[in-house]
Design a protein around this ligand. Sequence first.
Ligand code: PMV
Length: 328
Amino acid sequence: MKATALAHPNIALVKYWGKRDDALILPHQSSLSLTLAPMSVTTTVEFGVAADQVEINGHVSKGSERERVLRLLDALRAEGRQALGPARVVSRGDFPMAAGLASSAAGFAALAVAARAAAELPADPKSASVLSRLGSGSACRSVQGGFCEWQRGERADGADSYAVQRFDAGHWPELRMVVAILDRGEKEVKSRDGMKHTVDTSPYYPAWVKDAEAEVPRARDIIARRDLEALGDLCERNAWRMHATSFAADPPLSYMSAATLGLIQHLREHRKKGIPVWFTLDAGPNPVLLTDAAHEVAAEALARACGALDVVRCVPGGDAVLRTEHLF
Ligand code: PMV
């Protein structure tokens, strides 16, 4: 009743922004992401211990972090095939100190895969994706590698809201994502709170939902033909539109800093000079640059010239996998 799994983070090319069900983490629209290597999170789960214990990166979890882990485990325990009992969870990320990428997607994907294996359930990416979604929405796209599409689903119980892999990590090996850390601070408004505020108050929100849903099949077609310029254009306009919904919230919400806008401006000038580089931006000030292997060094230099404190170069990552070595 003990298992360990490793999973990678992912970056959305078409973002998820807004829930139709806060408890089950069901999105209003579908999204599409790329799983990123080399960073990963490893998680060991053992059922049948004396009491639930959760430890993340050497600290005992408390508050909402612990609650989210237990919510995922409770869902598995409620499946009721066998009495699993309390669990010990130990999780460790190998992210550079300020990778700027949320480790929660990789963390909850690794937790779901490890917990299912510890419960002696067969490997099943769909069930693991549904389970990981209960911890963090974007986690459902980290169960598999390459390009994954989180289909919003229609059902009220969320059984049809999970990610499917459209292309594996080997489909476009020369694609690169370069994370530019402009600011190492904690973000002021968590994505969970920012998206709720946007859904509740932004008059642009319905337009966002319609547009993002329509962009997903376009992104899929572009990725199928490995068209970097078309993907760059799509990824930038989707990021702008996500942020535009939040600018229009009441009170307005902006995740962009002056440095973010400076980098975006600089990037456009580079593009005019023939360097193929585009950006995307999650709920924070640190852009992620989309380019190819031949231009990743130029993309890093551009980020540093715009004040990046750290730069993390990423390649397409693979599926979450079970490991034989446990963390305890
Ligand atoms: O899954 P969460 O709660 O970390 O929300 C993720 C939201 C964005 O990162 C902004 C977009 C996305 O699709 O990952």
